[in-house]
Design a protein around this ligand. Structure first.
Ligand code: HEM
Length: 451
């Protein structure tokens, strides 16, 4: 436990207490059960019992101090990134993403990669992907039956994979697209089953990296990725292309060096892993919620038909508030730091809980209700609406994801009218790091005349 001494950095005032916040004193199996099987109720129960700040100790992952008060969340997101490491907290992804991944780096190395990638994800660039996104959505929607319930999650996974292949990797058709799609799908499926994901976590990144079945899978996908990177590097139309790989191939480090093949491979894999399942999950939740809320669905259908986008944006914001895809983000303390009147020791991870921040009744009256209008009445707050995290680690693909959701939902609502397939509302269940609808967002998608 760290205490304030003469050597304590100036930023740290004398704290009210140097104890870790309270938290459950569970055995290892009980902690694993709570955290893997019911993470969101566990967070809610802990907040009700211990208050805004509480501690959970997780085997293999360390000590996490959860925070949800907007002022403390702001302090975490605006804190010095040299003292608050996010990359170290994602180390479990190293064998899949590789050592250059922007998600895994910290301090100057992180800023170098982030700066190379930021321009490609600027909000203003998103229009370039409208057509690719709409086409992927329409091709998928046209395959859906009209009279039997369908599970949205796998359907949305194919849409978002197609969008990444075309908009990010820039591969549009032919045998290469088929091979890449197959290999990437198989790689993404590796941690899709909770038991396999748990096995991978328990094995730890170093052992997993050398685990032969895992190695073989990564080698197969890497061969295709390197092939694509090398052939694109030599493309004569590189400067005219819009896809993110082509933009990254033209980006340069401060000393004018282009990104290496290895850097590009790691960032492509990062964008795939960070952007595919997350956006598919968010879209599935939007569909599940709209199918269960006829007034909101009808208003959206009318506004989309009239060409207005404000309500659609509000539906997206409210979906990401009520059903955040990721429940928390992590920052590991390099030095002791004070949060909420407590001096937390180095090595502890501070975890702004997206789920709890979004359920704060002072910010969101009737927090459990799906009410998109709240975002027409009041804009989303930087530290109270945080589905994409915040600060210098805020999701690079936030604008991309919101834009993709708006394009896909617009095409969907124009063609199909969503109805519940019956049964109780779906609740979030854990799938690796995302919280997905318990029955995969099962709905009826009735035919509508295209407007
Ligand atoms: C609804 C969809 C998405 C959600 C909910 C989401 C959420 C998040 C969150 C919570 C973080 C961590 C932020 C933090 O630590 O403060 C993150 C990081 C990141 N996301 Fe997303 N994301 C989504 C879509 C995407 C897409 C489409 C892409 C790219 C194609 C993407 C790329 C990234 C990258 C590269 C990072 C790492 C940023 C860094 O460390 O500097 N994400 N995302």
């Amino acid at each position: 436990m760290g205490v304030a001494t003469a050597d304590t950095p100036k930023a740290i005032r004398t704290p009210a207490t140097t104890e870790l916040p309270p938290g459950p004193d569970w055995s290892l199996p009980r902690t694993m059960w709570h955290w893997w099987r019911r993470p969101l109720p566990t967070l809610e129960e802990c907040r009700a019992r211990y208050g805004e700040m509480f501690t959970i100790r997780l085997p293999h992952e360390g000590t996490w101090v959860f925070v949800s008060d907007p002022e403390t969340v702001k302090q975490v997101f605006t804190g010095d990134p040299t003292l608050l490491h996010a990359g170290a907290a994602n180390i479990v992804l190293l064998p899949l993403l590789g050592e250059h991944s922007v998600l895994l780096l910290d301090e100057p190395d992180h800023m170098v990669q982030r700066k190379l990638m930021l321009p490609s994800f600027h909000g203003k660039r998103m229009q370039a992907y409208r057509e690719v996104m709409a086409r992927a959505a329409i091709e998928e929607i046209e395959r859906w039956p009209t009279d039997v319930p369908i599970r949205m999650r796998p359907r949305m996974q194919s849409v978002t994979l197609e969008v990444i292949l075309r908009a990010v990797f820039g591969v549009h058709e032919g045998e290469r697209l088929t091979r890449l799609r197959g290999e990437l799908r198989a790689t993404l499926d590796l941690p899709a089953k909770p038991r396999r994901a748990l096995f991978m976590v328990l094995l730890g990144p170093e052992h997993l990296r050398r685990f032969p079945p895992f190695r073989r899978r990564i080698d197969r996908v890497d061969r295709l990725l390197f092939e694509e990177i090398r052939s694109r590097r030599g493309a004569t139309d590189l400067a005219d292309r819009d896809d993110i790989l082509s933009l990254l191939l033209q980006a340069t480090h401060e000393d004018c060096r282009p990104m290496s093949d290895r850097e590009l491979r790691d960032e492509l894999m990062t964008l795939l892993v960070a952007g595919h399942e997350t956006t598919a999950t968010a879209l599935s939740w939007a569909v599940e919620l709209l199918a269960r809320h006829p007034d909101e669905r009808e208003r959206l259908e009318a506004e989309v038909a009239g060409g207005d986008g404000a309500y659609l944006d509000a539906v997206i914001k409210e979906t990401l508030r009520l059903r955040p895809v990721v429940a928390l983000v992590l920052r590991k303390l390099v030095e002791p730091m004070e949060f909420g009147g407590r001096l937390l020791p180095a090595g502890v991870s501070v975890a702004p809980s997206i789920h709890l921040v979004h359920r704060n009744p002072d910010v969101y009256p009737e927090p459990d209700r799906f009410r998109p209008e709240r975002f027409l009445e009041r804009p989303a707050g930087t530290y109270t609406w945080i589905p994409f995290g915040g600060g210098v680690r805020r999701c690079l693909g936030g604008a991309f994801a919101e834009f993709e959701m708006s394009v896909v939902l617009r095409e969907l609502v124009a063609r199909r009218s969503l109805r519940t397939a019956g049964g109780a509302p779906e609740h979030p269940v854990r799938s690796t790091i995302t919280n997905v609808p318990s029955r995969g967002a099962e709905v009826l998608a009735l035919t509508r005349k295209a407007s």
